[in-house]
Design a protein around this ligand. Structure first.
Ligand code: MN
Length: 733
C-alpha cells in the first residue's frame, strides 16, 4: 500500500507548493473511515482510493482533486458525512466528494447501451465541476485494472458500462491515453479471443519490424539533430481496441491495415514543428494527399499536430505526427493537461493567460460534448453548468428518461408511456410522495401512481412542458368529451327503442353499423349525443320495418315555456320584461367622463371577468370580457382601448349579463329541469332561444343574469352534471 509520505512525494514532484498537511489529513481520515473494509482482491479497501489519487498525480492535478480522490468513497461507504468533510477539508473538497457520491449512486442503476449518450450527459450535468469527472474516470480506470478480482458475473456488466459510457467520455474530454486503456481493458473482458488475437499479431509484428522501427527512430532523430533541432522521434502502435474497431468498421483483416505503426516527433517550439516537416520532406518523398496541418487549423477539440506520410528508410511508408510537448500533453491528456487546476508560483499575468486558454479549451470541449446545441454563455468560470436545459430521471427499473428542464412527473409519466400519463394520479420522487406538478431534478427516481378509469384534467395541458404530454392530454380530453356524448347518446337511443317497443342491444346495433355508415357502436351513440344523427334512424337501422316519427315541430319560444312543463320555481327564473330595477349605472372604474356605457351585446360581462372598454366616438363605451372574440376587430385601433376595472365589493346585490349555450336531450321536461336548476342558484333567465341540432338534441341559448364569475361557473358545472345535458359553454361575442 502506498505510504503517507509517498503520496505527498508524488504530488511534490510536480507541485512543490503542495499542501502537505492537507494531504496527510486526507490520508489518515480515509484510512480510518474505511477501516477494515476489504476489496474483492482481499486488499484493504483503502488501497483503492490511494491508487485513484496516484493516477491523478500522473495527470499532475491540484491538491483539491487529489484529496477528493482519496476521500471519494467515504460518504457512500463509511460513516463519514458531507458536513464533517466540509469542516475538516473545506467546502470546495466537500462539494467534489459529494459530486462523486452522487455519481456512485447512479452506478447502482442498470444502464442500457442505447441510453449511454443520455447517461454521459447526466454525468456531466450532475458533476458541476470537471474535477469530479476526472476523479470518476480515474476511479473507473483503477476498477478496470483490478477487474479480474471481481466475480465473473459482474465483470461483463462493468466492462460494457466502461465501453459505453466512460471510455467515450474520456475521449470527448480529449484524454486519449485514458480512453485507450479503458477500451483495451474492456475489450479483453468482453471479447477475450479477439483481444488475444490482436495482441498476438501485434507482438509478431513488433518482433518482425522491431529493427526497422528502431532504425527509423534513429535516422529521424539524427537527421533532425544534424539540422540543430532537438527532437524526440518515437515509433508507436495503434491500441488493440482501435485496431479491432477499424477492422470491424472497414471489414478488413489485420494484415490489410496499413497504419498500425506510426511515428511521433515531439519538439520544443511551433517553429521547430515546421522545420521538422521541411527536413522530412526534403529527405524522403512525401505520399500525396496525406499532409494535414492541425497546428494552423486545430481540430475542434484543440488537437494540434502536423500529420504527414513519407516513403522513408527501407522504402517503408512512414506516418508521422509532429507536435510540441504542450500539444502532445493536450492530445494525450486533454482536459487534465490544462494548467487550470495546477498550482505553482506563476505571475498573475501568466495565470490569467493560462486560464483564458484553458477556458477556451474547456468551452469548446463542452460544446462538443453538448453536440453543439448549447448556448454560448453557459460556461462561466470553473463551474460546468452542463445541459442546464435538461433533466435526467430514472424509472424504478433504472430506465433513464431525459426531459426538458422544469418538467413535472406528468411529463415523466407520458414520456414513459401514454397510458401511464393518462392514468396518473400521483407520484413518488425518490420514494417520497410528491405532487404531480413538482419540478423534477437531475437523478430523481420517479414512480407514477396510476388508477384505472382516470382521464387527465384538461388543465394539465397548460402545465406540462413536453409536446408529447401536451398532445396526449389533448387527445385524452377529446376522448373524454366524446365518451360524454356517447353516454348521452346511449340514453337517447335507449328511450327511442323503448318508444318503439323494442329492446336496445349493442350487439344488434353492431350488426346494423354499415347501414348507419359508422365504424363502432360508440361512434353511433356519440353522433346521436352530438345531435348529428336522429335516434329514430338508429332504431330503423336495427329494425327496418320501423317507421320513425319525425322531429317535433319548430322550437317553441319562451312564451311557450309551459309546453316544457316548467315548475313554479323555474318560472321564477324567467325575468319579467321591463322589471329591471337597476339604475343603469355600471360599477366600473377607469371610464372617466359621462359617456354612455353598455355591456357587450353578445355575452355581456360579469364581475370577475378581466375586462376592457372599447370607445366608440359618438356612442359611448362598450365593456367586453378580455376573451371576447369581438375584440380582434379593434386590434389595430389601440386608441379605442380603455383600461377599466370592476368597482365592486365582495358582497353585492347586482346582477350582470352572461350568455350560455346548453346542448340537451330534446324531450319534454328538459328545459324545465334546466330552468329549475338555474332558478335555484338565484340567477335570472333573461331570454331563451332554441336551435335544433337534430330531433334528439337541441342547443338552448340562455341569456342569464348572474352575480359574478363564481356564480356563473357554479351554474355551468351544475348544468354539466345534469343527466339531460351533454355540453354547456359560456358564449362571448
Ligand atoms: Mn471508488
Amino acid at each position: 500500500m502506498m505510504r503517507q509520505y509517498e503520496l505527498v512525494e508524488r504530488v511534490r514532484r510536480y507541485n512543490p507548493h503542495a499542501d502537505e498537511i492537507l494531504l496527510n489529513k486526507a490520508y489518515v481520515y480515509a484510512m480510518r473511515a474505511h477501516g477494515a473494509q476489504k476489496r474483492a482482491s482481499g486488499d484493504p479497501y483503502f488501497t483503492h482510493p490511494l491508487e485513484v489519487a496516484a493516477i491523478l498525480t500522473e495527470l499532475r492535478l491540484d491538491d483539491a482533486t487529489i484529496v477528493a480522490a482519496v476521500l471519494h468513497d467515504t460518504i457512500e461507504d463509511t460513516p463519514a458525512t458531507r458536513e464533517e468533510i466540509d469542516q475538516i477539508f473545506g467546502e470546495e473538497i466537500g462539494q467534489l466528494v459529494e459530486g462523486l457520491t452522487k455519481i456512485k449512486k447512479l452506478d447502482l442503476v442498470s444502464k442500457r447501451a442505447e441510453q449511454a449518450e443520455n447517461f454521459r450527459k447526466l454525468l456531466l450535468a450532475i458533476s458541476a465541476d470537471v474535477r469530479v469527472l476526472l476523479v470518476k474516470l480515474a476511479d473507473r480506470l483503477h476498477n478496470m485494472r483490478t477487474l479480474h478480482f471481481v466475480p465473473e458475473s459482474k465483470r461483463r456488466r462493468i466492462a460494457e458500462e466502461t465501453l459505453d459510457i466512460y471510455a467515450p467520455l474520456a475521449g470527448r474530454m480529449g484524454m486519449q491515453s485514458l480512453r485507450d486503456e479503458l477500451e483495451n481493458l474492456s475489450f479483453r473482458t468482453l471479447m477475450p479471443e479477439a483481444a488475444a488475437m490482436i495482441e498476438t499479431r501485434l507482438a509478431d509484428l513488433r518482433a518482425q519490424n522491431g529493427a526497422l522501427i528502431a532504425r527509423i527512430e534513429r535516422e529521424l532523430t539524427q537527421e533532425l539533430r544534424a539540422r540543430g533541432i532537438a527532437a524526440e522521434a518515437k515509433g508507436r502502435e495503434k491500441a488493440p481496441y482501435s485496431i479491432w474497431r477499424k477492422m470491424e468498421r472497414k471489414s478488413v483483416s489485420f494484415e490489410q491495415l496499413s497504419d498500425i505503426f506510426g511515428f511521433r516527433v515531439v519538439v520544443d517550439t511551433v517553429e521547430d514543428c515546421y522545420r521538422v516537416i521541411g527536413v522530412v520532406h526534403t529527405k524522403w518523398p512525401l505520399v500525396p494527399g496525406r499532409f494535414k496541418d492541425y497546428i494552423s487549423t486545430p481540430k475542434q477539440n484543440d488537437y494540434r499536430s502536423i500529420h504527414t506520410t513519407v516513403v522513408g528508410p527501407g522504402r517503408q511508408r512512414v506516418e508521422l505526427q509532429v507536435r510540441t510537448r504542450d500539444m502532445d500533453d493536450i492530445a494525450e491528456n486533454g482536459i487534465a493537461a490544462h494548467t487550470l487546476y495546477k498550482e505553482g508560483r506563476v505571475s498573475d499575468n501568466e495565470r490569467l493567460e493560462r486560464e483564458s486558454r484553458a477556458y477556451r479549451w474547456l468551452r469548446r470541449t463542452i460544446e462538443l460534448l453538448g453536440e453543439g446545441d448549447t448556448p454560448e454563455e453557459f460556461l462561466e468560470h470553473t463551474k460546468l453548468e452542463l445541459f442546464h436545459d435538461q433533466v435526467f430521471c430514472f424509472t424504478p427499473k433504472g430506465r433513464l428518461i431525459a426531459l426538458p428542464r422544469s418538467a413535472t412527473p406528468i411529463d415523466f409519466a407520458y414520456a414513459v408511456h401514454t397510458d401511464i400519463g393518462n392514468k396518473a394520479v400521483g407520484a413518488r420522487i425518490n420514494g417520497r410522495i410528491a405532487p404531480l406538478l413538482s419540478e423534477l431534478q437531475n437523478g430523481d427516481e420517479v414512480s407514477i401512481v396510476t388508477a384505472e378509469g382516470q382521464s387527465p384534467p384538461a388543465a394539465w395541458e397548460t402545465l406540462v412542458v413536453t409536446g408529447k404530454a401536451r398532445s396526449a392530454i389533448r387527445r385524452a380530453t377529446r376522448d373524454a368529451v366524446r365518451a360524454q356524448y356517447a353516454g348521452l347518446g346511449r340514453q337517447i337511443v335507449r328511450r327511442a327503442f323503448e318508444r318503439a317497443q323494442k329492446t336496445f342491444s349493442p350487439d344488434k346495433l353492431k350488426a346494423a353499423l354499415p347501414r348507419l355508415a359508422r365504424n363502432t357502436v360508440d361512434d353511433v351513440l356519440a353522433a346521436v349525443g352530438r345531435g348529428e344523427m336522429f335516434s329514430g334512424d338508429v332504431v330503423k337501422a336495427v329494425h327496418p320495418e320501423f317507421v320513425p316519427e319525425r322531429a317535433p315541430g319548430p322550437a317553441p319560444s319562451k312564451t311557450e315555456a309551459g309546453w316544457f312543463g316548467l315548475s313554479k320555481a323555474s318560472r321564477l327564473a324567467f325575468k319579467v320584461p321591463g322589471a329591471d330595477g337597476a339604475d343603469g349605472s355600471i360599477p366600473i372604474r377607469g371610464l372617466g367622463g359621462d359617456l354612455p356605457v353598455r355591456f357587450a351585446p353578445v355575452g355581456g360581462a360579469v364581475p370577475g371577468d378581466r375586462i376592457v372598454g372599447i370607445l366608440t366616438p359618438g356612442e359611448g363605451i362598450t365593456i367586453y370580457p378580455i376573451q371576447s372574440p369581438a375584440l380582434t376587430q379593434f386590434d389595430d385601433q389601440p386608441e379605442r382601448w380603455l383600461d377599466v376595472r370592476w368597482d365592486i365589493e365582495a358582497e353585492h346585490e347586482g346582477l350582470y349579463p352572461a350568455q350560455i349555450v346548453v346542448s340537451a336531450i330534446n324531450e319534454p321536461g328538459t328545459l324545465g329541469s334546466i330552468a329549475n336548476l338555474i332558478g335555484e342558484t338565484g340567477a335570472n333567465i333573461d331570454h331563451v332561444q332554441f336551435a335544433n341540432k337534430s330531433p334528439d338534441v337541441r342547443d338552448i341559448v340562455l341569456d342569464l343574469e348572474v352575480r359574478d364569475l363564481k356564480h356563473l361557473t357554479g351554474i355551468l358545472s351544475q348544468l354539466k352534471a345534469s343527466s339531460v345535458v351533454s355540453k354547456v359553454e359560456r358564449v362571448n361575442g
